[in-house]
Write a protein that binds this ligand. Sequence first.
Ligand SMILES: CSC[C@@H](O)[C@@H](O)C(=O)COP(=O)(O)O
Ligand SMILES: [Zn+2]
Length: 204
Amino acid sequence: MQVSDRHWSDAVQDVVKAGRRMDQRGWVPATAGNLSRRLADGRIAITRSGGHKGFLTEQDVIEIDPQGRPLDASQKSSAETLLHTQLYAFDPAIGAVLHGHSVAATVLSMMDPAPAITLAGYELLKVFERQSTHETSIDVPVFHNDQDIARLAGVIAPSLGGMPAGYVIRGHGVYVWGRDMAMALARLEGLEFLLACELERRKS
Ligand SMILES: CSC[C@@H](O)[C@@H](O)C(=O)COP(=O)(O)O
Ligand SMILES: [Zn+2]
């Protein structure tokens, strides 16, 4: 990054602010979660591995290439970098990717062994692309957790085309994306709200 690179600084600020927002909502406990933003020129700003995502500084956001290699080899990007670069490679329109560990995503995905969480009848489904009514349903795929991220990415890959609301990793958290950070945050907020509703509904 060049010192006076405004586009880079804007991307870093997007990541720092989104981390704070996710922390305020309780979605990035301890050192959980990771966030990234792709610039128009293709550079990717992503969180450094470890550290609290609610207290990010500019130095905690580092540059990687589309293959996920840090520009500065001495820096370690998120352990789940590949899940971000996989999405960017899949769809050139994606400009931001968010990953959080909410209670709702964690508990719901462990309560039910089904390969997807079905969200139906909710007004807020309209936050997702191509949804114009509550009279619909969306399947949020649930993938088994795996510490081998390359293997996990391989399992996720065939489903990438059909996930309007993102996906859940069982007992772990959600991945959500959007054309920019505002859109990714709106979708994350929508999905988390619906997962929380679904958890309440299934408990009662
Ligand atoms: C606190 S354990 C969470 C990690 O294993 C991982 O899932 C995570 O979300 C954060 O990893 P990170 O390498 O900081 O991006
Ligand atoms: Zn995680």
